[in-house]
Ligand binder design. Structure first.
Ligand code: ADP
Length: 430
């Protein structure tokens, strides 16, 4: 399912980013094409101004100057003096082509009232618009007609400039932009696939953990159910004594309800629906009360509980009293369970910098280095063969969640001489 979700997310990402990129690249392409056209037009206008200025200011225009300009800038410069064309026939090879183009431009200008007939008077400079036309060979060109007053009448200039490469340039630009677009889409797809994988990694890990959780929970629920089922079947056998089976069934029901309680507790922690009722706690008083509660329990189980105060006064805590008692209850319960009878369990509170440390020390079987990495995982039991009524491997994971809800940390170390010491570090109130 996650695989499909990942594929769909990458696809959606690629389509959306690709679409945005296409729009941006298309816009940039249009702007670039306009720029190419504008550059051609600007170039034409500046040539036109140069030639007009020369015509207006110089008496003699040399043919060689016109020929050079025409050849270097792909121009037709057609000049008429009071309606009579210059003798120069230009550098374009076929005079007919040149004449046709000039005539077409003059005709177009006439529609605007720009005429170079001999009888017109030209009181000031007159310009036609700049036309964008095409010749017989479909080559585009800019053209215009200007009438320039001079001392003995007027000169008319028909200026044509071809730009055969503009189309090629535009096509090249389009291909470049399509290339950029494709490379961009591929790169974005790669990047999005990387980020989608990274984003989904915790989801995949969570799903794996959940599957493990369900598998372990089902396994732990199956054994009491099997015992209940066997006892119920035995009860159906004629002559069996119900009194033998009722305590067994009762025991297994207690075991199941405890497991379900723990599982519900962890589930509510996962959904962040644990209600914390934090208050300012006088640590010394709280620990003495806690000692009173748990020392009786320890005595009943043939252990002794001692409290070792390292300082005269302890800093206050801002915590949920019941939850804190629950954490210490889990640690003391484990200490009782994993230590031999008559051994001592020590509660050791002390202040370290801005933290209050609570140590629960036992002299039991101890925890190996490898196990230390695992014990806070749900359903982890170092000794899987133990099928204790109340030990499902959930206690320490609940304790860890609760300590973290108090912005604290929990860890474990060896007790000198054997056993384990659980260390809770909580922020102290200054
Ligand atoms: P359980 O309910 O099985 O005790 P916990 O989550 O409380 O589950 O503990 C996980 C495992 O860590 C236990 O099964 C046990 O192997 C180990 N453990 C916990 N506390 C102690 C301890 N005080 N001494 C030795 N081993 C311990």
């Amino acid at each position: 399912m996650l695989h499909k979700l990942k594929r769909n997310l990458i696809l959606l990402n690629a389509i959306l980013t690709g679409l945005i990129l296409c729009i941006v690249v298309f816009g940039a392409c249009i702007i670039n094409i306009k720029q190419i056209k504008q550059n051609d037009l600007n170039n034409y206008m500046s040539l036109k101004e140069t030639i007009e200025y020369k015509l207006q200011t110089e008496n003699m225009i040399e043919d060689s100057w016109i020929a050079d300009l025409e050849a270097s800038d792909r121009l037709i410069i057609h000049i008429e003096d009071n309606g009579t064309p210059f003798l120069y026939q230009g550098s374009i090879r076929f005079a007919s082509r040149r004449n046709n183009i000039v005539e077409e431009v003059k005709r177009t200008a006439l529609t605007e009232g720009i005429s170079n007939r001999t009888d017109v008077s030209v009181p000031h400079k007159m310009h036609s618009l700049v036309y964008s036309l095409k010749d017989d060979a479909n080559t585009p060109f800019y053209a215009s007609v200007s009438l320039i007053p001079v001392s003995n009448g007027y000169l008319s200039l028909t200026l044509v400039q071809f730009y055969p490469n503009e189309r090629k340039q535009i096509i090249r630009q389009i291909f470049i932009f399509i290339g950029i677009d494709i490379i961009g889409i591929l790169a974005l797809t790669l990047v999005s696939s990387f980020f989608v994988s990274r984003t989904l990694k915790p989801v995949a890990e969570n799903q794996k953990k959940q599957n493990e959780f369900i598998a372990s929970a089902s396994h732990d629920l199956r054994s009491p159910l099997a015992v209940i089922q066997t006892s119920a079947s035995a009860l159906l056998v004629d002559g069996s004594d119900p009194r033998c089976f009722v305590p067994i069934i009762n025991n297994e029901c207690t075991r199941m309800s405890r497991l379900i309680h723990d599982m519900l507790l962890l589930a509510s922690s996962d959904t962040k629906s644990w209600q914390m009722q934090k208050e300012y706690i006088d640590t010394d008083t709280y620990l003495i009360e806690l000692y009173d509660t748990f020392s009786t329990l320890c005595r009943k189980q043939d252990h002794s509980l001692s409290m070792h105060f390292m300082q005269d006064t302890l800093p206050k805590l801002y915590a949920d009293k019941d939850r804190l008692t629950q954490v210490l209850g889990i640690l003391i319960d484990n200490a009782l369970c994993y230590s031999p009878a008559k051994s001592e369990i020590i509660l050791r509170p002390y202040q370290k910098k801005a933290s209050l440390i609570l140590e629960v020390e036992d002299h039991g079987i101890g925890i190996t280095k490898e196990q230390r990495e695992q014990i806070f995982r749900r359903f982890y039991r170092a000794d899987q063969s133990r099928n204790d009524i109340s030990h499902f491997g959930l206690g320490l994971s609940i304790a860890k969640e609760l300590v973290e809800l108090h912005n604290g940390k929990i860890s474990v170390k060896d007790t000198p001489g054997g056993g384990s010491t659980f260390v809770i570090e909580l922020p102290a109130v200054s």
